[in-house]
Design a protein around this ligand. Structure first.
Ligand code: PLP
Length: 429
């Protein structure tokens, strides 16, 4: 007998971080518009996840659709080796306008993880070309997350990054404790001492420090003090290592600034971008660096050895241009502040639940940390029944809605989070 679409999904398709042998029944999305996903049988749910940080302007946006259509009529793709095109040039202009003036060179990669691979490679090649081949490791952080490819995995938190499973293959790097100083704190001395202790002993082996600025995302949804980043910049200079900021999740407004490094007023040598760069329409990453790094990489006549087939894909670049144009023409920061205030006020009532450890908000990010792992089946069912799409992980219920979300829609999300956390508490007994 022929299998139904649901059966095909359940028997043949791998979904992220899920069993292929004991699958969930995944809700099927028929279409999406604004902040709504249309599920089978016409049920509409409000998306609290922006499809993992990316859909900042909402789904099916007329300006983004138009950009893609226009580009498609010209060409969907052309190789970037030996050729160039207008959409990549325009996107480079926009990125360099938005980023700090010290950034000068853009490498377009096919995803966030690949842009991290390129950043690591840039740092390694920088050290090799200046005769410091022994500086071949990275200093990263517990609770950090930088992607699922092998280089990126080697700088992810050793436990959640499953280092023990891949220990024979993964590059051995150094890990400092996750920064504990709170976002509002002006003192990160203790956190910085732990980093310096590693640098004192191993700086001669370390090519670069890599960190997600201000928000550690998929490793625990933790916010920390921008003062820590100022200290890291100083330590990187003093101990002669490069500094990489992974802004794949935080870039393009999410934390209330265009880039999270702006909270700290310091810039890294290399920055990685992805996710919201295309407004969540297509996969695209970028690794951007400064004169110092680019000069050194080429000083002996070599070049950066990386070149994906779909590098600077014109469709992805064109929709990224439209997305950045929207951000530049109508800066979303007042709206993001409004979202932050509403999240703060409305999620506060979760603090009274006995199974809630902490509630935290920053920019358009709201996090409810529970004292226990989330029962995904119960939570997913509860969210859908309450008309929203929220996808918890570990003990975290979190949302990062599209910036266009209206007050009532955000209230539906915060109400659903409260009800679901309460329900999860009951089912613990
Ligand atoms: C901070 C950070 N870096 C890298 C990545 C990997 O990006 P991608 O999933 O596009 O490969 C992610 C994805 O969640 C991320 O949050």
């Amino acid at each position: 007998m022929l299998k139904t679409d649901t059966q095909i999904d359940q028997t043949h398709i791998w979904h992220p971080y899920e069993s292929v042998l004991h699958p969930y029944k995944h809700p099927l999305v028929k279409s999406a518009k604004g902040v709504y996903l249309e599920l089978e049988e016409g049920k509409m749910v409000i998306d609290g996840m922006s499809s993992w940080w990316s859909v900042i302007h909402g789904y099916n946006h007329p300006r983004l659709n138009e950009a893609l259509r226009n580009q498609m009529e010209k060409m969907s793709h052309v190789m970037f080796g030996g050729l160039t095109h207008e959409s990549a040039i325009e996107l480079t202009k926009k990125l360099l306008t938005l980023l700090d003036d010290s950034f000068e060179y853009v490498f377009f990669a096919d995803s966030g993880s690949v842009s991290v691979e390129v950043a690591l490679k840039m740092a390694l090649q920088y050290q090799v070309e200046r005769g410091k081949k022994e500086k071949s490791k990275f200093l990263s952080f517990e609770r950090g997350y930088h992607g699922d490819t092998f280089g990126a995995m080697s700088v992810c938190d050793p436990v959640t990054g499953m280092h023990s499973l891949f220990s024979d293959v993964l590059h051995k790097n150094f890990f400092a404790p996750a920064p504990k100083s709170e976002f509002t704190s002006n003192d990160a001395t203790k956190d910085l001492e732990a980093v310096e202790a590693i640098l004192q002993e191993h700086a001669n082996e370390i090519a670069a420090i890599i960190i997600e600025p201000v928000v550690q995302g998929a490793g625990g949804m933790r916010f920390y003090s921008p003062v820590f980043l100022q200290g890291l910049r100083e330590l990187a200079n003093r101990y002669d290592t490069l500094l990489i900021f992974d802004e794949i999740a935080t870039g393009f407004g999410r934390t209330g600034r265009m880039f999270a490094y702006e909270h700290a007023g310091v810039v890294p040598d290399i920055i990685t971008l992805g996710k919201a760069i295309t407004g969540g329409y297509m996969t695209l990453g970028a690794t951007v660096t400064n004169q110092k790094v680019a000069q050194m990489i080429e000083q002996n006549g070599n070049v950066l050895m990386h070149g994906p087939t779909f590098m600077a894909n014109p469709l992805a670049c064109s929709v990224a241009n439209a997305s950045l144009e929207l951000l530049m023409q109508n800066p979303p920061f007042a709206k993001i502040e409004k979202i932050q205030n509403q999240l703060k006020t409305e999620l506060a009532k979760c603090e009274a639940l006995p199974n809630v450890k902490e509630v935290r908000t920053l920019g358009a990010i709201g996090v409810v940390e529970l004292t226990h792992r989330v029962d995904m089946k119960t939570a997913t069912q509860s969210f859908l029944e309450n008309g929203v799409w929220v996808r918890p992980f570990m003990n975290l219920i979190y949302i990062m809605p599209p910036f266009i979300i209206e007050e009532e829609e955000l209230r539906a999300l915060t109400d659903a989070i409260y009800k679901t956390a309460k329900l999860l508490q009951k089912s613990l007994k």
